[in-house]
Design a protein around this ligand. Structure first.
Ligand code: UD1
Length: 333
């Protein structure tokens, strides 16, 4: 019987993935240092699945404490979410990002090797494609230069894993997420906002809730049909399901390392997203247009056909539902 260690399992994508894993009958152990979430998320997961979650309050950078978890639990596979994820913050705190995201991965790899883990799934990001003009983008697009220290940590992470895969038996899958949004249909778990949100959807929902006065759409002079940026928004539950598929795929095939884009394959403009939010939730959002945000890529969306053909995974949840669930979650906060 496999037991999966989920690092960062109480975070946004981590908690939704723990739910999906438990619902397929997998035993899950969570490691989380609670730096960007709260311990009560474990009870909320239990409420959804009816199954207890074992949680260790451990920082993945603390190799000794992490080893203790591997000694106590018989871990067969690992999904590694634990990392810092704010692009803007990474520009102000590059060293903290290198340390947490890169040292955290190295610390985990120490245990992965020592305890002969079968498969490892790594949270990567479409940010590895940098400032590309090519969409839909496939996994073979060259990885050239990061646009932020956060991006650098994801590129370095993939590079380390590509090298590690040559010298160990652990099967590795890197998942490049596009823009995860929305919340679980129970509205018991979702993205917990800390401070002023930098991501679009938490800013939209907080504006609708009156916590923020006005949303600023960063730029309407891009070379896109309505002038605003285009992104590939994917529901977090669809994304979570891909992790279950990735673990199954790694264990059923003789791969050493593989990489998948996880997106809907549909580009939606920021304006379209805001209008969808207003329509499905029957409200009017106070928004304005402002200057471009430094570091924003004009348009990027996934070619997710590899995940469809190889993992047998594709998204099911529409943008309407993403916006409905995001608002339902906001109203519980
Ligand atoms: C970025 C990363 C992504 C990462 C994510 C994590 C890139 C290309 N992508 O996504 O890999 O996982 O951060 O945080 O680096 N916007 C507004 N007003 C706001 C906030 C956002 O107009 O108040 C716009 C942005 O300009 C952008 C879109 O909404 O066009 C999405 O922004 P955001 O949610 O921050 O995600 P990305 O920057 O696309």
């Amino acid at each position: 019987m496999s037991k999966i260690l989920v690092t960062g399992g109480l975070g946004y994508i981590g908690s939704h993935s723990v739910v999906e894993l438990q619902e397929t009958g997998t035993e899950v152990v969570v490691v989380d240092n609670l730096v960007n979430t709260t311990a009560s998320v474990a009870q909320r997961i239990e409420k959804i699945t009816g199954k207890p979650v074992t949680v260790y309050n451990v920082d993945v950078c603390d190799t000794k404490a992490l080893e203790e978890v591997f000694i106590k639990e018989d871990i067969s596979d690992v999904i590694h979410f634990a990392a810092f994820k704010a692009v803007g913050e990474s520009v102000d705190k590059p060293v903290e990002y290198y340390h947490n995201n890169v040292s955290g991965l190295i610390s985990l790899l120490h245990c992965v090797k020592k305890f002969n883990v079968s498969s490892l799934v790594f949270s990567s990001s479409c940010t590895v494609y940098g400032d590309t003009k090519e969409s839909p983008i496939t996994e073979i697009h060259p990885i050239v230069e990061a646009i932020s220290p956060y991006g650098t940590t994801k590129i370095l992470g993939e590079e380390i894993l590509t090298d590690f895969a040559k010298f160990c038996d652990t099967k590795i899958v890197c998942l490049r997420y596009f823009n995860p949004v929305g919340a679980h249909k129970s509205a018991l778990i979702g993205e917990l906002p800390l401070g002023v949100p930098s991501n679009l959807i938490p800013y939209v929902t907080q504006t609708a809730a009156g916590i923020r006065e006005q949303l600023t759409i960063f730029g309407n002079d891009y070379n896109t049909p309505d002038g605003t940026n285009i992104r590939d928004f994917i529901h977090v539950v669809d994304l979570a399901k891909a992790h279950v598929k990735a673990i199954d795929y790694a264990n059923a095939n003789s791969i050493s390392l593989d990489v998948f884009n996880l997106g809907t394959g549909i580009g939606q403009s920021v304006k379209e997203v805001v209008e969808t939010f207003e329509r499905v939730n029957d409200l009017t959002l106070n928004y304005t247009y402002g200057p471009r945000r430094q570091g924003d890529v004009e348009q990027i969306w996934a070619d997710a056909s590899k995940a469809k053909h190889v993992l047998g995974w594709e998204t099911e949840i529409t943008l309407d539902e993403m916006m409905r669930s995001a608002w339902a979650w906001q109203q519980t906060l």
